[in-house]
Structures are given as C-alpha cells and as structure tokens.
Design a protein around this ligand. Structure first.
Ligand code: 13P
Length: 251
C-alpha cells in the first residue's frame, strides 16, 4: 500500500487569522498521526504566514492554482516560483471549479502541470466527470481524456512526482459521495492508463478521491485498494473533521 495522502482544499475560505486558528488546532489534533502525508491548500494570501505555523509539523502546503508562465505581465497570476517561495511544496491543478468557472481546458491543465514540475512543485491534478457525463455512461472516457491531456509530454521519470485526484463533479459540495466501489473502479482505470503511458514507475503514483469526503465515509473509501488518500473540501475547514479523516481507520 502507498503512503496515504490527505489533502484539504480550503477553496476561497478563511482569512489569515481564521486560517491560523485552524492550523493551530490541526497541529494539535494531528500530533500522534504518522505514516500519512498531510497537505493543506489555503488561499494564496495566507500561505506565507501559515508556512511558519506548519514549519515544525507534518503539514505541508499547496497552492490551489498557478500560472504556467514563469513571470511577467500577467496581472492577477501567481507562478510556481512564488508558491515555492511562500512555502508550498504542492499545487492543485485543474480543479473542476477552475475548469468550470474559469474555463480551464485540458491543454491549460497540461501547461500548468509541466510548469509546476519544472518549478519544483508536486502537482495534484484533478479529474472527474460531470453529472451528464456520468448519466450518459461517459465517466471513464472523460476521465481518461483528462488524464491523457494533463500528462501530455511529461518526462517518464517525472510521473513519480504527481498525484491524481479523482473528483466526480456531481459529488463536490453536494453531500453525494461516490460509493467506494464506484470510485475504486475509476481509480483502477486511471492506474491502468498511467501504466500504459509510463510503465512501472506509476506504482508509486497516488490516486486520491475527492467529493463530499467526511468523517463518516472516509473509512470505507480508504478500505479500497486503489484509493490512496483524499482531497477534502468542506470537511477540511473543520479541524476535528479533517483530523478524523487524516486518522482514518480502514474498515
Ligand atoms: P467537498 O469535500 O466540499 O465536496 O469538496 C471536494 C473538493 O472539491 C476538494 O477539492
């Protein structure tokens, strides 16, 4: 089994102060946890301050998005170098909210993935089908297109640095979680595709699940052999809930 990765995506929530409160609580609650990689993705404006609060803990920081450009006249954008400088080691790329509200394409996600790797960040690449794609039986086709697109031109050796987050869009923020079997089936398909694309190196690539992950469903999700962790939205804003998710007990 791969070392699980539990990531909290705070989205556009928290100020520096409320984020700091949350991190301090988390640090306390997570003291005894070992053998799990823990990542939180706060808003850009809080990252640097929080980097000091997590410095002597197991919690690592991620950006929620980044530009594929290195620097220059791109008003409102944030580069890989800036994220690294502020204290991030990871970056979430291609979240469905970016794809939907900000029209990010598979090719944008690919450019960001390559730029993140070039810049020394570990991308957490989000994929997942919308409800209409699920209902028309196109889940695997959609997810495979997104994975193939995101990883175009990736050096084979770099695949070890990535994480794929399978987040069915219909499960995000809706309280409707994919069943463990449904998620497992997609994770297996992603793993097989990665193997076809990159060969044996992919055995170390974590495929994590996101979409209404809560303390009461994490154990059954983590009991699936191909679910290597979770990307948590709403529940990551409550210290006790996120700590319970991180300290899952596979059923
Ligand atoms: P929820 O856990 O709130 O459904 O959000 C999932 C998500 O989008 C994480 O990136």
């Amino acid at each position: 089994m791969l070392k699980p990765l539990m990531a909290g995506n705070w989205k556009m929530n928290t100020t520096i102060r409320t984020g700091a409160d949350l991190v301090l609580k988390l640090r306390d609650l997570l003291k005894g946890v070992e053998d799990v990689d823990i990542v939180i993705a706060p808003p850009f404006t809080s990252i640097y301050h929080l980097s000091h609060l997590v410095a002597d803990s197991r919690i690592k920081l991620a950006g929620q998005n980044m530009s594929w450009e290195k620097n220059g006249a791109y008003t409102g954008e944030v580069s890989a170098e800036m994220l690294l400088d502020a204290g991030c080691r990871h970056v979430i790329i291609g979240h469905s909210e970016r794809r939907e509200y900000f029209k990010e394409s598979d090719s944008d996600v690919n450019k960001k993935t390559l730029a993140a790797l070039r810049g020394g960040l570990r991308p957490i690449i989000c994929v997942g089908e919308r409800l209409e794609e699920k209902e028309s039986g196109n889940t695997l086709q959609t997810v495979k297109r997104q994975v193939t697109g995101a990883l175009d031109k990736l050096r084979p050796g770099a695949v070890k640095e990535i994480t794929i987050a399978y987040e069915p869009v219909w499960a995000i923020g809706t309280g409707k979680v994919a069943s463990p079997q449904e998620a497992e089936e997609v994770h297996i398909a992603i793993r097989e595709l990665l193997f076809e694309m990159f060969g044996p190196d992919v055995k170390d690539v974590r495929i994590i699940y996101g979409g209404s992950v809560k303390p009461d469903n994490i154990d059954s999700l983590m009991a699936q052999p191909n679910i290597d962790g979770a990307l948590v939205g709403g529940a990551s804003l409550k210290a006790e809930d996120f700590a319970r998710i991180v300290g899952f007990k596979p059923a």
